[in-house]
Design a protein around this ligand. Sequence first.
Ligand code: URA
Length: 205
Amino acid sequence: ARDASYEGAIPKRLSEVAAGVNLCRRCELWRDATQGVPGEGAEHAPLMFVGEQPGDQEDLSGHPFVGPAGRMFDKALAEAGVPRDRTFVTNAVKHFKHELRGKRRLHKTPDRGEVMSCRWWLDAERRLLRPRVVVMLGATAALGVIGEPTPIAANRGKPLRLSDREQGLVTYHPSFLLRLPDETKKAQAYAAFVADLRQAGRLAG
Ligand code: URA
């Protein structure tokens, strides 16, 4: 049910963000989603990873990055030598946007208005976690974090200052890597992705 009194309250803990996203009515995406999917990870993680939005499996389980993109992300993180207990993983948009094709639920990219509405939650997560480095996985993540369109290919791997205490790093979205049809290009992009994650680990100290 809608809890209007909760909706405006500024979350003071990450657990309140988790409860809040599930009640959120700031945009319409909640209508077709199973549940809101908040960020998850170590309480004082120095590294925050921001994806686009939950996919089919994330929507059903309530946890971020547990489907195919999540498995690729886990593998790349391990190869980059970044321990899980230094990370917090979230999304720019907390509800699964999709369209029905028969029985399948096909991913749809969230629009700018949805990303901007959901920034309220992403900003709360950043404020409460206080990460040293925010890694943006793809264009929707970059829009959610930076607030304006940021082309990935031209900006990836270059650290940028987001605030007094946060550095930002833009890189590919794991789903983009999974979809690349050319095996050589896929291997190159994957290697660049792992290098970006390694750099993020170094920046986080
Ligand atoms: N893709 C994302 O961007 N986030 C998830 O949580 C899963 C897939």
